[in-house]
Design a binder for this molecule. Structure first.
Ligand SMILES: [Zn+2]
Length: 94
């Protein structure tokens, strides 16, 4: 359980934005994962990725990611306005 499993899911999702839909949460086992790429306001390098479980509200938050090949990159304001990313407990890297 924990960060490595989340990273596996993230790497799949990076290549195919629909991938999280078929994966279950490493914490609770439910298939309610969400993923969003957000461009930081103040940095020119990379994007941030939020990957979370909508059922137990755990997940990871990764900085300085490569931009995905497909899928939308949100600005922070857009993401906030859309209520895209819920408040979730961030699992720290190991
Ligand atoms: Zn969960």
């Amino acid at each position: 359980m924990g960060f490595p499993q989340w990273l596996d899911i993230y790497e799949e999702a990076w290549a195919d934005e629909r991938a999280p839909a078929g994966r279950s949460c490493p914490e609770c086992g439910r298939a309610e994962l969400g993923l969003a790429f957000v461009r930081p306001a103040s940095s020119s390098s990379g994007v941030m990725a939020a990957l979370w479980c909508g059922a137990c509200l755990h997940g990871v938050f990764l900085g300085n990611c490569s931009e995905p090949e497909s899928g939308r990159i949100w600005s922070r304001d857009e993401a906030r306005r859309a209520g895209l990313v819920p408040n979730y407990t961030v699992i720290p890297p190991v």
